[in-house]
Design a protein around this ligand. Structure first.
Ligand code: BTN
Length: 277
């Protein structure tokens, strides 16, 4: 089924307050990576957002240096560039906020089963495979350019599996798309408008009020809270139970020796551990 990305439709779906916070909205048939392309373009002034969508990406980028499968015609590849005060240290909170707002956008469209696997994978539990196993519906990659504590240019990128066509490459983890999840997929332009509306509002709240107000919003979406997890660090793996977030967005884990430790998203990758019985 043809499901074109339509910039006029996306703008029409956004309220005037959100449109007023946008410097540009560009839809391309193909780019290397919507994140990479926005990082090459000049940053908009005054906290306005530059938005880029592509129907396909030739070199879609995932977290931790992985590729992001980006075939044409069915999925969402969307990036937003915006300036923030406060330096590169802001990026970890930004990345969590972008994930929270994206999951809330999917809830608003009726996909209530979407959860967040820290730091910002969009996941769904169940749907085949190991009992309680999480399937990845989408992911976020936040990249930044800037120095020290000054103005930082942040690029938020999101990929959502909407209607995944047959793939030549293998995706190395369990995944799902919205069409499989509910038997129906939203029009991609509607999905893009929902994500953008939630992102732009959440970024303004983060800028004005800081990260604290997002902690309960994360808790309501947390796919790992109370679950057994395995953490993979540069020096090896540790096991424990996830127990929410620290005030700065780090993942709190009760380790097997009973101590609690905080992990930052740059230092660790998290897998769901053996299912608790
Ligand atoms: C992840 O590994 O979970 C993050 C995936 C992020 C993919 C999106 S698609 C739009 C944007 N452009 C990219 O090259 N990557 C992000």
């Amino acid at each position: 089924m043809a499901d074109p990305l339509d910039s006029d439709l996306i703008l029409a779906r956004l309220g005037p307050a959100v449109r007023a916070r946008m410097a540009s909205l560009d839809v391309q048939p193909q780019v290397d990576s919507t994140n990479a392309e926005l990082l090459r373009r000049p940053m908009p002034e005054g906290g306005l957002a530059a938005v880029l969508l592509a129907d396909s990406q030739q070199a879609g980028r995932g977290r931790r240096g992985k590729d992001w499968a980006s075939p044409p015609g069915g999925n969402l590849y969307l990036s937003l560039a915006r300036g923030f005060p406060g330096g590169l240290a802001r990026l970890e909170g930004l990345s969590l906020v972008a994930g929270i707002a994206a999951a809330e956008a999917l809830h608003a469209l009726g996909y209530q089963e979407v959860r967040l696997k820290w730091p910002n994978d969009l996941v769904v539990a169940g749907h085949g495979g190991r009992s309680g196993g999480l399937r990845k519906l989408g992911g976020l990659l936040v990249e930044g350019a800037g120095a020290g504590t000054g103005q930082v240019r942040a690029v938020l990128g999101i990929g959502i599996n909407v209607r995944m066509p047959p793939l030549e490459e293998v995706i190395d983890q369990p995944w799902i798309d919205l069409a499989t999840l509910s038997g129906r997929a939203p029009a991609r332009s509607d999905l893009a408008a929902a994500v953008l509306g939630h992102w732009i509002e959440a970024l303004d709240v983060l800028d004005r009020d800081g990260f604290a107000g997002f902690l309960p919003r994360f808790r309501a979406l947390d796919a790992l809270g109370g679950r057994a997890v395995e953490l993979h660090l540069a020096g090896g793996a540790v096991a424990g139970h996830a127990c929410g977030l620290a005030a700065n967005g780090a993942l709190l884990v009760r380790l097997e020796d009973g101590t609690e430790r905080a992990f930052h998203s740059g230092e660790v990758s998290v897998r769901q551990g053996p299912v608790d019985v």
